[in-house]
Ligand binder design. Structure first.
Ligand SMILES: [Zn+2]
Length: 669
């Protein structure tokens, strides 16, 4: 569907002016200032084209977070003569790209796809490297000179080509050499800025898997970026990724600790100590990481070892928690019953949601088929040419109608997938509750687990009603879109005959009038279909915030009590929320985080005197989306922390083979 033109781009009228600048600049290729002019013009033009085609997520927690990571990477990159900007494009496509003059974009699809902030940093680092090395600019110049040189295009066409190349710069495929360079440099920036550069490889592995599973969402990224084993292999050979080098591992460990990722820091410091057992700095770092986690004994031991190895005097032992472990109690019958209720509700919801999901999926598929058929037919009709202005106008309307039907089809499909994900998500949360609340825990924990399971059970009960409404809206939208598609189809069939009646202008107009009437009707229906599917999507999003809150709370409760402060610090550092407030939030950690992030998203909307026309509903959806994206990023990092914790606790406490089931939450000892 990406081939469809969405709106008439605003930039067309600027083509000629641009071409003049380009030609002037390229006439004097040696002049740095002219090259700057060219880069700036190309970049800005491409930026305008992109931003007229996609919704740009402007301010808000996720936008700020992406910008913060981006700017950290820019700081350690070599190019500072331009101001980089980092923006989020609202599309399901998993993509990232950079334009000349420092315009870097990631899609919401990409933010949902990455497994950690480190992966996001790897992706951004790669794009920043393209800008720093002026890869797009060079590619553009080459293409431009080549087309002039070989006389492929004549003068008027040249002007057009310049405009087109400028606006499709983001689709430009870089040479293999440039891609390799961007990988290497990008990994270097990630490393220098304190991110784990090996995560770019993990990202690529995941991308390969996704390609097998759902190729359409990464089509564009893959068309502009090489993938596969060779790229991963090459990445693995970079010096910054070599954890067998104790200096590299130490640097990465320090960086994890600075970002409050204490569990990952523990794993990394231990790696250093395996490589270089006498490195005092690593033992001291390990002590700090343990202290952050609230593990006084191992912290003390590591610190002592560091001192034995000649740790410098001026360093101090970090504050260690002294609180004795609270008494541990087994779950009561009432608590077990509560959990059982949540489990039953999740199971019921899961089985209930299957049928509508299949139904919606089928409708989405048939819609997708009609969209494809229609698009083919329209491109043939368009190729016949439109001898009259009126014909062109009708075709344009028809294109727009098709776009809306396609968009509806996408949304209907997304609603189906969303419902499915909600079903799976709820089941997963309940599983975590059932597993971890069955283990003995402190009274405080027990109370929190029980509260969470009650909340989940109630949430699922509410969702059952909501799901009925969502299903109905999605199916109605599909019906309407179907209707619009068949109207459009019949209108389009009559267009060629209308357009080809030369000499009989009057008759041609009469035909066109008929066709236009039909297109208008289809357009109205497509409008309503799109609106309905939007409502279904909005309902799903509201439910998603709740589910995210549960997932975060479950992850928090899954963390040993002593480690929870560190988790709050990490989440606070990512979102700007107050870590103390998160620890004691009413409704738990997840609810506190959702509240903090949503409030931040709300406070940033509505710039004064600007865009007052945006309806409240759309604004709310945008805020929710912002909060959502940010929370998913936090959840991804929380999960990586949990993985790291299991890794170091497992290797310390039990034989290495026992990794099947994650260790139950251990009490602070
Ligand atoms: Zn690239």
């Amino acid at each position: 569907m990406k081939a469809l033109s969405r709106h008439r781009p605003k930039w067309i009228s600027r083509r000629v002016a641009l071409a003049a600048v380009v030609l002037a600049a390229m006439a004097l290729p040696a002049q740095a200032s002219f090259e700057r002019g060219l880069e700036k013009t190309l970049g800005k033009q491409a930026r305008d084209a992109i931003e007229s085609q996609y919704d740009v997520v402007k301010k808000g927690p996720a936008a700020e977070y992406v910008e913060r990571i981006g700017k950290t990477l820019v700081e350690v990159s070599p190019r500072h003569d331009i101001e980089y900007t980092f923006k989020i494009l609202d599309t399901e496509q998993i993509n990232a790209f950079a334009l000349p003059w420092g315009y870097v974009y990631v899609t919401t699809g990409m933010l949902e796809f990455v497994d950690s902030s480190d992966q996001l940093a790897g992706v951004l680092g790669h794009e920043i490297a393209h800008v720093a090395q002026k890869h797009s600019l060079d590619a553009f110049k080459q293409q431009f000179w080549a087309s002039l040189l070989f006389g492929v295009i004549d003068a008027p066409a040249t002007l057009l080509t310049v405009g087109q190349v400028g606006t499709t710069l983001y689709l430009l495929r870089h040479s293999r050499k440039d891609e390799q360079e961007a990988d290497g440099l990008g990994a270097g920036y990630s490393y220098a800025a304190g991110y784990d550069p090996s995560q770019l490889s993990a990202f690529l592995r995941k991308l390969d898997e996704e390609h097998g599973r759902k190729p359409s969402t990464i089509e564009v990224y893959l068309s502009t970026h090489p993938t596969g084993e060779r790229r991963q292999q090459r990445l693995a050979e970079l010096p910054e990724v070599n954890r067998k080098n104790a200096d590299v591992a130490t640097h990465v460990a320090h960086a994890f600790l600075a970002r409050h990722l204490a569990n990952q820091a523990v794993v990394e410091y231990r790696r250093v100590i395996e490589l270089a057992p006498d490195r005092a700095e690593a033992h001291a770092g390990l002590a700090r990481a343990y202290a952050k986690l609230g593990e006084p004994e191992p912290a003390q031991q590591a610190w002592q070892r560091a001192e034995e190895l000649g740790l410098r005097d001026q360093e101090e032992l970090p504050d260690l928690p002294t609180a004795s472990a609270p008494p541990v109690v087994p779950p009561s019958a009432a608590e077990e019953q509560q959990v059982e209720q949540a489990r039953a509700a999740a199971e019921r919801w899961h089985s209930q949601v299957k049928e509508p999901v299949r139904e919606i999926g089928n409708r989405a598929k048939s819609l997708e088929n009609s969209v494809q058929g229609l698009a083919r037919r329209m491109s043939m009709t368009g190729a016949l040419g439109s001898p009259t202005l009126a014909g062109e106008r009708v075709m344009e309307k028809a294109q727009f109608t098709l776009y809306m039907i396609a968009e509806t089809s996408d949304r209907v499909a997304a609603v189906g997938e969303g419902l499915q994900a909600k079903g799976d998500g709820a089941a997963e949360v309940v599983q975590t509750i059932a597993r971890d609340s069955a283990a003995p825990a402190t009274t405080v924990d027990r109370a929190q687990w029980t509260a969470l399971s009650a909340e989940v059970a109630a949430g699922i009960a509410g969702a059952e009603t909501q799901a009925g409404g969502i299903r109905q809206q999605a199916l109605q939208a599909a019906d309407l879109a179907d209707k619009a598609a068949s109207q459009l189809s019949s209108a389009v069939s009559s267009l060629p005959s209308a357009m080809n009646v030369f000499g009989a202008i009057d008759r041609s107009f009469a035909f066109l009038g008929l066709a236009e009437g039909e297109v208008d009707e289809a357009l109205r229906n497509a409008h309503s279909a799109l609106e309905l599917s939007g409502k279904a999507m909005a309902a799903l999003r509201r439910w998603r915030a709740q589910e995210l809150s549960w997932r975060l709370s479950a992850a928090y409760l899954d963390t040993p009590p002593a480690h929870r402060r560190a988790l709050c610090s990490m989440a606070g550092a990512m979102t700007g929320a107050d870590p103390d407030a998160l620890a004691g939030a009413e409704g738990g950690f997840g609810a506190g985080l959702v509240h903090a992030v949503t409030a931040a998203a709300e406070s940033q909307e509505s710039p004064p005197g600007n865009e007052t026309s945006k309806p409240a509903e759309a604004r709310e959806a945008e805020q929710n989306r912002q909060a959502d994206l940010m929370l998913k990023l936090v959840l991804a990092d929380v999960r990586r922390e949990a993985e790291a914790r299991r890794q170091w606790q497992g290797s310390a406490a039990s034989p290495p083979a026992a990794v099947e089931k994650p260790a139950p939450a251990q009490e602070a000892n």
